[in-house]
Design a protein around this ligand. Structure first.
Ligand code: FE2
Length: 245
């Protein structure tokens, strides 16, 4: 079967300039989009950080930079699409901000990309996930491989999935750049069906540049096209279309 070479949908990117620790300016943003496009990405969700008192940039400013960038991107690549979201660092009260529209869901859907601190205790993470679910949203846990109290416990991974959380891993972790053991475990969880999305979490054109190829090189050796398609095209498409997975 022929390899899948494009049509990828990246649901986790920090590509909007000036709003978080992602793209430093619009030239960097465009370069990131060039890099992603060349690797077969055709749709992205821009997910600037939202964190109380740290990254709580006014939505008007985010919208302004987002639409400027989107216009430029589509001019260069007519078949490229961009959507807006946020990567929401969980704290008590953020659910009210999602409900009020102060924080973006993923492309206006019921999916919310959630972030925690790497060392957060499991009980807190579970409560955060349930908080979002109880408000009627569908949480996607961003780079789940970072949370030791989730990722290192199959029971906890299982429980979070059972209550309704979805799991995203970073493409660089798949490629082994997050360390050998972490990479191996990411692949194991993919094989066992625990992972719903692979996304780049790209922040720059340097060390945190969008990486699809490195990840595909590993995936193609280990998995069939259907698995790759599900993680990088089909499930992300369902997020954008606000459909259940
Ligand atoms: Fe991120």
């Amino acid at each position: 079967m022929r390899d899948i070479k494009n049509g990828f949908i990246d649901i986790h990117t920090h590509v909007i300039p000036h709003v978080d620790d992602g793209a430093a300016n619009s030239a960097v943003s465009m370069k990131m989009i060039d890099m992603a496009y060349k690797q077969g990405v055709r749709k992205i969700v821009a997910t600037p950080h939202y964190e109380v008192d740290k990254y709580d940039e006014n939505q008007e400013i985010i919208h302004e930079y987002f639409y400027k960038l989107k216009d430029m991107a589509v001019k260069n690549y007519p078949d490229f699409e961009m959507f807006l979201g946020n990567e929401v660092y969980y704290s008590y009260g953020v659910v009210d901000k999602i409900l009020s529209g102060e924080i973006n869901t993923m492309a206006g859907s019921r999916y919310v990309l959630m972030e925690f601190s790497p060392g957060d205790v499991y009980k807190y993470i579970r409560e955060g996930v349930l908080d979002v679910i109880n408000a009627g949203f569908m949480p996607i846990i961003a780079h789940v491989e970072r949370y030791e109290n989730v990722f290192n416990s199959r029971d906890n991974m299982e429980e979070l999935r059972n209550v309704g959380a979805y799991m995203q891993v970073n493409s660089k972790s798949v490629a082994g750049q997050g360390g050998f053991f972490r990479g191996r475990k990411v692949l194991k969880y993919i094989r066992e069906g625990y992972i719903d999305f692979i996304a780049t979490d790209a922040h720059s054109t340097g060390r945190r540049a969008p990486d699809i190829e490195g990840c595909l090189n590993v995936l193609r050796k280990k998995f069939d096209n259907d698995t790759i398609r599900k993680l990088m095209i089909e499930n992300p498409k369902r997020v954008i279309e606000n459909k259940l997975i």
